[in-house]
Design a protein around this ligand. Structure first.
Ligand code: HEC
Length: 140
C-alpha cells in the first residue's frame, strides 16, 4: 500500500495537472496514453540532464538532436495549447538549445542555463507542474 501511495505521489508531482488526482484510475490511464509531446518532453529532459553532466565535467555537448524539432508537430494532450505563443516559445527554446551545441567552451554554462530557462518560460504559460523538476537542470 505504501508503495502504491508513492507511485500516486510521483504521478501527481510529475504530471502537468496541479490538483491531486481525485480519481486515481483516470490519472493512471492518462499516463499510459502518454501524448507524443509528453514523450518528447521527457527525452528533452534527459538530454538536458546529460548536457548538464557534460558541462560540469568541462566537456562539450555534441550533435543537436534533430528529433527535438518535432516540438512543432508532436501531438499534445491538449491540442488547444498550440497557439501562436506556443509556436514562439518553441522557436525560442530551439534557438537557445542549438546554441549549446555551437558555443565556445567558456560560455557553455551560460548557454545551457539559457536553454533551461527557455523551457521554464514556456512552462509558465502552459504547464506549470514540471517547473520545479526542470529547475534542477540549471547549473548553479
Ligand atoms: C513551447 C512550450 C514548451 C517548451 C519550450 C518546453 N515544454 Fe515541456 N511541456 C510543454 C507542454 C504543453 C507539456 C504537456 C505535454 C502534453 O501533456 O501533451 C509539457 C510537458 C513536460 C513535462 C512532463 C512530461 C510528462 O511526464 O507528462 C516535462 C518533464 C517537460 N515538459 C520538460 C521540459 C523541458 C526539460 C524542456 C526544455 C528542455 C521543456 N519541457 C520545454 C510545453 C513546453
Amino acid at each position: 500500500m505504501r508503495k502504491l501511495a508513492l507511485v500516486f505521489l510521483l504521478i501527481s508531482i510529475f504530471s502537468c495537472k496541479k490538483e491531486i488526482p481525485k480519481k486515481i484510475i483516470i490519472v493512471e490511464r492518462k499516463r499510459v496514453n502518454q501524448s507524443e509531446m509528453a514523450a518528447l518532453m521527457l527525452k528533452m529532459y534527459d538530454k538536458n540532464l546529460e548536457n548538464k553532466t557534460l558541462v560540469l565535467q568541462g566537456k562539450e555537448p555534441k550533435d543537436f538532436p534533430k528529433e527535438f524539432l518535432n516540438i512543432h508537430t508532436a501531438q499534445l494532450t491538449d491540442p488547444s495549447n498550440r497557439n501562436p505563443a506556443f509556436k514562439m516559445f518553441s522557436n525560442f527554446y530551439l534557438n537557445s538549445f542549438k546554441k549549446v551545441f555551437t558555443t565556445s567552451k567558456d560560455s557553455l554554462i551560460l548557454k545551457h542555463n539559457n536553454a533551461v530557462n527557455s523551457c521554464i518560460a514556456c512552462h509558465e504559460t502552459t504547464c506549470v507542474g514540471p517547473i520545479p523538476r526542470i529547475k534542477k537542470l540549471l547549473i548553479k
